[in-house]
Design a protein around this ligand. Sequence first.
Ligand SMILES: [Mg+2]
Length: 411
Amino acid sequence: MTRRTLTRREFVRHASAGIAGAAALATPRGLRAAEQPATKPNISQERAMKIRSIETFTTRTVSIVRVRTDDGAEGYGQIAPFNADISATVLHRQIAHHALGADAMDPDGLADRCIDRNHKFPWSYVCRGLGGVDTALWDLRGKLEGKSVCELLGGQPRPIPAYGSSMRRDITPKDEAERLARLMDSHGYRAFKIRIGTTCGHNTDQWPGRTEALVPTVRKAIGDETALLVDANSCYTPDRAIEVGKILHDNGVCHFEEPCPYWELEWTAEVANALDVPVAGGEQDNCLAQWRRMIGMGAVDIAQPDVCYVGGLTRALRVAKMAADAGLPCVPHSANRSMVTVFTLHLLGAIPNAGPHLEFSIEPSKWTSDVFSPALEAEDGEVAIPEAPGWGVDINAEWLAKAEYQISEKA
Ligand SMILES: [Mg+2]
């Protein structure tokens, strides 16, 4: 049997075929939306589209955002999961007053204003709060125009190939390999991502030898025709990452995610330069200048913005455009089945440099399973972009009723 190891150049060429396919589907308007600040919608009515209120429905894990305009139009978005209660507080304290009274059709202006005015509080929580409002504005706009967000951006709703994403390191190589093989049979996955090393682990493994055993064991179980991706979650120094990279190369891995602490761009670039296995990264990065540096120095071969971490769809589109200009595929981070996966589907359906797969968690989604419907499902290894206007899903009223409520509104 022949290993299907791709050199980095071959991988980018392979991804470019997908880029060309997506570009053929994208209208000029959609491409413009990805290249520069989003154009205003073609809404015939001369009516006020000012943001009147921003509401949050929050648990510790997830927060849903509802934005309403003066004339009663509304859209739903979501803040990035985990410590969502803190992010919701930041939204009401540090984002809302920059949004209330502003043009609901100008998410680019809002994004820039919120970043500029919060210059003493850079990035993480401010971007999470902003992302909640931004994603609600895209839903609102889609509903007003009667189009899915994917269509607003020039794409077409369709099934998107998914990689089954394991979140576990507490699992033996044998058990991981067996469950992935079962998922191939039950859900038709043709790609998986597994976890190697440990998170910010300073070169330590979950237990000695796990990574060296895991990669070939999984490869054997899923066969050579299934794409295998790995995530090191910032584990390694460059020398150890390059050693591990050789194991990955020998086992046909096509994506080496966050080999080094993600803030160590020079380390990551060193690894990318040394290996043929493509290096992926950027999920934690929400400073667009840092993104520009990361891409400019060749630290990553695959760009992975997270829609909710980076500040919403508007800023994720800017990162995707930076990657496209550098000839890089964009494979956004979407590591749980909350609304971030919905947002990511629409993004992948529209950008010309969409990578080959959606990240789709294979873990039980206890805290997201009742937030919206219909739930996303993998079928024949693909997940469909919802077709209805906006994000195309309904936030469940029962979930909203149980969540903690806050509102900021125009005086
Ligand atoms: Mg990751």
